[in-house]
Design a protein around this ligand. Structure first.
Ligand code: SAM
Ligand code: SF4
Length: 374
């Protein structure tokens, strides 16, 4: 049985009353504390290539855009991994466009070297690569893979994510393959994609739960003017259109924490971009427990322009690290150490089961303890 009923998720997504929403955020924060604790895990993000063969209608890296592109060298990637260790991070995330110039064997050797020379966990986020490639990287030591399904609605997905060739292998099928290969799997969506309705976003959250994701990334859709979805007059879902506002993202993060209490949830850079002052903190207070500071070398950062105006674009890694640690401490939270993989409780660590308590509903008024745990 799902932890939150469909109509309750829709009800909360449509809820606008600040006092009611504070209650939702408080419950998500409580679930976060009970299931994954007060640690915030820092994952160093290295954007290793801006080449991409895809034409996603939302993304500034889409192949149709003519712009300078880069692919980092082996030594640059290894230097980034060592920087992550120096800054005290437990994980490095290697992300890129879907770039077949990243040869499977070449990356496998880099993964093996990082594993040999550092204690880092390695997360990959490289798009829809072939099963044999995913297998090779897993065997080389990669621990996790991030692949957002972007929307669970097949028609909207087809409209914003053009198919390449005749492949019938979609992102949800690939997530299942990744699980079979032994990866921890992460997915997610953008909130406020033109055409996304409240019903669709609710089903996205239900899918996070049914896929039993280890990580879920949720950020606002930020229009890029050089993409089809960033063009003026783009078609929306009218009165049912989900806005790409900070509140809407926080609601989705909070509901995801309640639906997937053990998952690692980042407070995303996109959220920090729509509220540069304290968007990050708001994410962490609404259920998130991960930050992903960017370690991409400065000359490449500007070229990895998924959307304009990305937060902290000019921050150097050292300053960014200090700033994030200060923000974490100001919330009374702690910086996680070690790889920070999915936290699954053993019987002796288990939090009280609240099976017998009433279901979590939008109507609940009292600040009752968590009521959505299995
Ligand atoms: N190429 C890989 C992939 O697509 O999975 C990884 C890189 S891709 C840039 C990472 C994520 O950026 C996408 O999954 C998408 O959710 C997000 N993204 C792309 N365009 C965006 C936009 N305009 N606003 C917010 N997020 C965006
Ligand atoms: Fe390429 Fe990923 Fe951007 Fe799609 S979202 S265009 S696959 S980088």
């Amino acid at each position: 049985m799902p932890r939150i009923a469909h109509e309750d998720i829709v009800g909360w997504l449509r809820e606008d009353h600040p006092a009611a929403l504070q209650q939702l955020f408080a419950r998500a924060d409580e679930a976060r504390r009970a299931h994954v604790g007060d640690d915030i895990h820092l994952r160093g993000l290295i954007e290793i290539s801006s080449f991409c063969v895809r034409q996603c209608h939302y993304c500034g890296l889409r192949a149709a855009r003519s712009m300078p592109r880069y692919r980092m060298s082996r030594d640059e990637i290894l230097a980034g991994a060592h920087k992550a260790v120096e800054l005290g991070f437990g994980t490095v995330v290697l992300q890129a466009g879907e770039d077949y110039g990243i040869r499977a064997a070449w990356l496998a050797e880099i993964i093996r070297t990082i594993k040999k020379e550092t204690p880092l966990a390695i997360t990959l986020s490289l798009g829809e690569r072939r099963r044999s490639e995913l297998c090779q990287w897993r065997e080389a030591g990669a621990d996790r893979y991030l692949l957002r399904f972007e929307t669970s609605d097949p028609a909207l997905y087809a409209a914003i994510h053009p198919q390449r060739g005749a492949s019938v292998r979609d992102r949800i099928a690939i997530l299942r393959e990744l699980r079979e290969l032994g990866y921890e799997i992460g997915s997610g969506v953008m909130v406020g994609i033109p055409g996304q309705t409240y019903e669709m976003l609710a089903r996205d959250i239900e899918l996070f739960e049914s896929l039993n994701l280890d990580m879920v990334g949720i950020g606002p859709f930020l229009p890029h003017p050089d993409t089809p979805l960033g063009a003026p007059g783009v078609r929306t879902a009218g009165p049912d259109q989900v806005p790409s506002s900070e509140w809407m993202v926080l609601k989705a993060v909070a509901l995801t924490r309640l639906a997937c209490p053990e998952a690692n949830l980042p407070s995303t850079t996109a959220l920090a971009t729509i509220n540069t002052l304290d968007g990050r903190e708001h994410g962490l207070q609404s259920g998130a427990n991960v930050f992903m500071p960017v370690l991409t070398p400065a000359p490449y950062r500007r070229m990895y322009e998924i959307y304009p105006g990305k937060a902290c674009l000019d921050e150097d890694a050292m300053r960014c690290n200090r700033c994030l640690r200060d923000r974490i401490e100001s919330l009374g939270r702690t910086v996680g150490t070690g790889p920070g993989g999915r936290f699954t409780r053993t019987a002796s660590q288990s939090v009280p089961t609240l099976r017998s308590q009433p279901r979590f509903t939008p109507q609940a008024k009292s600040p009752s303890p968590l009521v959505v745990l299995r």
